[in-house]
Design a protein around this ligand. Structure first.
Ligand SMILES: C[S@@+](CC[C@H](N)C(=O)[O-])C[C@H]1O[C@@H](n2cnc3c(N)ncnc32)[C@H](O)[C@@H]1O
Length: 254
């Protein structure tokens, strides 16, 4: 929370580039996207810029004031509020047609909190409403980079930067090591995002589908990073992130 609340990542996230599965989700669930939409962790509005054009109303929330200020200026047709996604109690029951949570924003939470947010999302979705979200793919964990790995650098300058930052990255990793978890249905992983300063929730395609059912959703689809459909039982381990659509089920959490 400290990293997100106090860091300045506006430039890092201010882009208009959608990922292939996001384009597919926007198109395939156009009916819900054209209604009242809530975006969780909207960041610098990468997806908000499209939602604001499609939706009857868009409300983006983010814990970072800098991100929210940027979105207010860039997309004045939307409403943007500094708010923690862990507390959605300000929103009325059945008040949104779609809740969008791009770029694995729910994965900043631990298991209990993440499930509570899913339940809250179900409460504020209208019947037939859709949750579109991405999440870190547990099957991808063996492919994650180590702090000592400079392969991901796009050019020599960046490779040098990673080399210089290596002791700090290693220190960040040591600091978070006691919080790592490996459970049957999920793992908490310290990945390379923002120089190993974050812990993220990782879950497999099948475990996420089951979790949707447990929390009162009907899973509709899972897409890999190329936008291809991921069938039940498939791992899609080359995709760091999996993208899901799930419909509000008539019956609540089991
Ligand atoms: C990985 S960025 C994604 C930004 C944007 N959704 C995108 O796809 O470009 C995660 C965003 O979630 C926000 N965030 C992190 N924890 C949050 C929380 N508890 N409540 C609301 N926003 C949060 C961060 O400030 C950041 O803007």
């Amino acid at each position: 929370m400290d990293v997100w609340r106090h860091g300045n990542f506006v430039r890092h996230y201010a882009s208009r580039t959608l990922r292939p599965p996001e384009v597919i989700l926007l198109a395939r669930h156009a009916h819900q996207m054209q209604g009242d939409v809530l975006e969780l962790g909207c960041g610098a509005g990468r997806v908000s810029g499209y939602l604001v054009e499609l939706a009857r109303s868009l409300h983006g929330i983010d814990v970072s004031e800098l991100m929210v200020d940027h979105c207010r200026q860039a997309y004045p047709a939307g409403k943007f509020t500094v708010m923690d996604l862990r507390d959605l109690s300000n929103f009325d029951d059945e008040s949104f047609d779609c809740v969008f949570a791009a770029n694995s924003v729910l994965d900043v939470l631990g298991d209990q909190e993440r499930r509570e947010v899913l339940r809250e999302v179900r409460r504020i979705l209208r019947p037939d409403g859709v949750l579109a979200m991405a999440s870190h793919n547990r099957a991808h964990i063996p492919r994650l980079r180590k702090p000592t790995d400079i392969r991901g650098a796009r050019n020599l300058v960046r490779a040098f930067g990673k080399l210089v930052l290596m002791p700090w990255r290693l220190r960040n990793q040591r600091r978070l090591a006691p919080l790592l978890r490996t459970e049957s249905d999920y793992a908490l992983v310290n990945d390379d995002a923002h120089d190993f300063r974050l812990l993220h929730y990782y879950i497999s395609n099948d475990a996420q589908r089951l979790q949707f059912e447990q929390e009162g959703f009907l899973p509709i689809e899972c897409l890999d990073s190329q936008g291809s459909s991921v069938a039940e039982g498939a791992q899609a381990d080359e995709s760091a992130e999996l993208h899901y659509a799930a419909r509000r089920a008539p019956t609540g959490p089991q």
